[in-house]
Write a protein that binds this ligand. Structure first.
Ligand SMILES: [Zn+2]
Length: 280
């Protein structure tokens, strides 16, 4: 993030409560990128984890070559953020912290996002306790958006904290809350129409992209095994780029085995699908 390495930006000290919260989330085996402390950046969290000796520092971090920098610039220009670049595995051997630092050094950080983060409200001490109490009490009546507004935090923050205490509501529950209903009544039709339009455009693009990739692969290696998607009946190369996979743990050997599911990425993951029972 931009604020790292820039002079004149005062970093606030971590309160005892923030540290305790960090330990708590760390104990729940959350990865540094999944830990959420309002107002703290992923890199800030990462650094504190190391300072507290909760994770080992990455030794011998590779130097950023000009080619690496060019690649990072390119990825940023495509609209990817540090977190996504990290998860996509573009720079193996580098931590998310290292990637975000480099983004900051190259002056590529998203100004708006940095600003938002800088201004983000910190919940500390007493407030954090109250926030949890509020979540305990209202998570089943108020939508994350409503709670977020009440506390001046981001809805994502609310959901993350709800996850911590098992109070996160499902989408189905959320849309039945009064706040959602009101919102829907106000601009329901318009939103639905707009969402549908966006969805269709996105699907079209997605298909074109997959189709192009498939042609490219089959042209290079005509012997690539292909398989038919059971939902759209389209034939694609049998790889994870085109199909979803599932992982099973073999209890006998303790090994994880990956299976390709015959549902293609164009058809999307099962989440939010209505026609689950459709058989072909
Ligand atoms: Zn399909």
């Amino acid at each position: 993030m931009a604020k790292n390495g820039k002079k004149g930006v005062k970093k606030s000290r971590w309160s005892e409560e923030e540290r305790a919260e960090l330990r708590r989330q760390h104990e729940q085996k959350f990865h540094a990128t999944k830990i959420c402390i309002p107002g703290r950046t992923v890199s800030g969290i990462d650094r504190m984890l190391r300072r507290l000796g909760l994770v080992e520092a990455v030794r011998d971090a590779p130097i950023w070559s000009d080619a690496d920098k060019a690649r990072l610039r390119e990825l940023k220009a495509q609209g990817l953020g540090g977190r996504r670049i990290f998860h996509a595995g573009h720079f193996p051997g580098r931590s998310i912290d290292a990637i975000q630092h480099e983004i900051g050094r190259l002056g590529l950080a998203d100004k708006k996002a940095s600003e938002r983060l800088r201004k983000a409200r910190r919940l500390d001490g007493f407030e954090l306790k109250q926030f949890y109490e509020y979540l305990e009490r209202y998570s089943h009546q108020k939508t994350p958006e409503e709670i977020a507004e009440h506390w001046g935090v981001h809805p994502h923050t609310v959901k993350r904290y709800q996850d911590n205490i098992g109070k996160r509501t499902s989408w189905r529950q959320t849309i039945q809350m009064p706040h959602s209903r009101e919102k829907f009544e106000r601009n329901g039709k318009k939103t639905t129409r707009r969402n549908r339009r966006r969805w269709k455009a996105w699907k079209k693009k997605q298909f074109a992209r997959l189709d192009e990739r498939a042609k490219e692969i089959l042209e290079k290696k005509p012997n690539t095994p292909t398989v038919e998607c059971l939902h759209c009946l389209q034939t694609w190369p049998r790889t994870t780029e085109f199909f979803y996979t599932t992982t099973k743990l073999l209890t006998k050997t303790g090994q994880h085995v990956h299976y390709v599911i015959r549902r293609c990425r164009y058809c999307g993951s099962r989440a939010g699908k209505k026609k689950k029972k459709k058989k072909v």
